[in-house]
Design a protein around this ligand. Sequence first.
Ligand code: AMP
Ligand code: MG
Length: 487
Amino acid sequence: MKALDELTFDNRFARLGDAFSTHVLPEPLDEPRLVVASKAAMALLDLDPAAAETSVFAELFGGHKLWAEAEPRAMVYSGHQFGGYTPQLGDGRGLLLGEVYNEAGEHWDLHLKGAGMTPYSRMGDGRAVLRSSIREFLASEALHALGIPTSRALCVIGSSTPVWREKQERGAMVLRLAHSHIRFGHFEYFYYTKKPEQQAELAEHVLNLHYPECREQPEPYLAMFREIVERNAEMIAKWQAYGFCHGVMNTDNMSILGITFDFGPFAFLDDFDAHFICNHSDHEGRYSFSNQVPIGQWNLSALAQALTPFISVDALKEALGLYLPLYQAHYLDLMRRRLGLTTAEDADQQLVERLLKLMQNSGVDYTLFLRHLGDEPAALAVARLRDDFVDLAGFDAWAEQYKARVARDGDYTQEQRRERMHAVNPLYILRNYLAQNAIAAAESGDYSEVRRLHDVLTRPFEEQAGMEQYAQRPPDWGKHLEISCSS
Ligand code: AMP
Ligand code: MG
């Protein structure tokens, strides 16, 4: 266990120099205070959880203090936003404070979001508001608990600093952890600005630090790209299987590590809706729930284009071709498990699709349906869940098919079935309205709801006594909340 001043830094990205990032000091928030901290994320840095309660914690992550070994840098990158190329983006309000390594030898980037203006702030104020910082914190930790690869969040620090969005709000900072903050857009930046030397340096950096096993392959860069394709296919399969909608899948928000990254107007589905659009400025539905799958491939193609100096076009195309089949395999595997199946049959895909269509037509709660499907033996469970459907004949036909499929699947007790299904079907997810309630309380100075919700979401598969209110369908007001993208 370490105290805050015992962190050990090794700032590998900063050492790449000024072509990659710019030295910028954080701009402190007024009256910084702890809103919430993740003990699990603190453990990644070997930090003593008691450290979160100290005033120096809020000062460090509120931009007032800095470790002597930290080297705060704003990274430069670019990216495709809603399909169009933006030649220069970069950390407009976030700073990579440094890289810390823990006792297990893992490096973690400490990234402070909302840390003030940088050379890449463009028209922005460099700030993040409390609302969006809480959302990023809760989502990071909730996705992690569901087993979905993601950046992590150490804490949110609130303040009295006024920040203007549609109305006056308060500034906050969220401390994000990831093994790297390098995005697809980093490669695009050096490709489109025609800086081959820096691009090669970046590629070497990523290969050496994050994909060292690819060094052993005959074509290390190709092996690395393939691995990135595979990780993205798996990540997006998990988003789809758990009903997570990212909302802003621009290539500057896609991590080179294949982790969920840069949380904005994201949402988990309440009612199943393949066409759901969580970002209300996404008028075309480019990033709608079901479009996440082809957009994942589109984004990988944009990365592939930026890697053409290192890898032949044919090889890149072949690697891109792995994406859809891998996605399908991961998705189907997870959905089978969510349905409680332990074996594979060809018709399983159709079984899943038919169920989703029925849920879509009846507005059935996606998470709760699958959770309750495991509560009781299949025949009893479907009989109880039937009432949620409008097309009863359609549901009955599906239920017959499902029961027959379960009977063929294997011989196990209901206890085994429930245990297995509940281990993959969460009872608690980060519903928008739950986040909204916690944010409203936090905005009036009461952080207890954010902390409680965070705590519930760290054990999403475990029924928790006294927490029934977090496992309900949303009230009507909470179903179609418009989440502001101004964050
Ligand atoms: P995002 O949509 O949050 O991924 O941000 C897209 C780009 O805008 C990134 O380069 C951000 O750093 C930048 N940005 C977003 N909000 C702000 C802000 N309030 N101040 C400065 N830059 C921002
Ligand atoms: Mg971003």
